[in-house]
Design a protein around this ligand. Sequence first.
Ligand SMILES: C[S@@+](CC[C@H](N)C(=O)[O-])C[C@H]1O[C@@H](n2cnc3c(N)ncnc32)[C@H](O)[C@@H]1O
Length: 190
Amino acid sequence: MYDDLIRRIKLEVSPKAIVLDIGTGTGEIPLRISSDVSRIEAVDCSAEMIRRAQDKAIQRGAKNVTFRVQDSTLLPYGSCEFDVVILANLLHVVPMPERVLAEAFRVLRQDGKLIAPTFVHGESPKTRLISWILRRKGHPIHTRFDSSTLKAFVEGHGFVVTQQVLLKNIMPVSFVAARRAPQPGGSAVD
Ligand SMILES: C[S@@+](CC[C@H](N)C(=O)[O-])C[C@H]1O[C@@H](n2cnc3c(N)ncnc32)[C@H](O)[C@@H]1O
């Protein structure tokens, strides 16, 4: 499933793209797409995750990825800086996903792309049961999206979903790609 996820992300980026990966974990996604893009900033609120990501970057010789400890709701970037923003498996773990989406919207160029593959814990009775067990074991699950509530959530915060595919797994991932919705009275491109 993860290989499929990476393959789909690669299809959405271009060699000139400047990319932000929010909630990067140990940096597997930016490190695996680094040779397909120009430059990547990758942030996570966990210093331990970022330390592991930086070690992996050194081992793999990835020079165009910068890792930072940073909370997703207060990003140190200017508006419209990025061509692509990735939120992979983050929206369901944060208590205020609307604030993460608002920051993603702010830092994304008007014609940029949001890629938000998200575990959909609410997809079926089976996933809800597994999710309940995972949460009891301490997994940080805040919102049990299903495919339609995830799409509605993203579209309710200024984006238009351009692609949505369910990647099947014990816990499926809804692969979502979206663009910023046109601003009323604004041009499509900055
Ligand atoms: C399920 S992991 C996903 C890792 C990676 N994106 C992936 O798909 O392989 C979620 C990550 O989000 C990070 N995270 C949680 N809340 C965050 C926040 N408010 N700001 C930044 N990162 C956060 C966690 O530390 C964790 O590394």
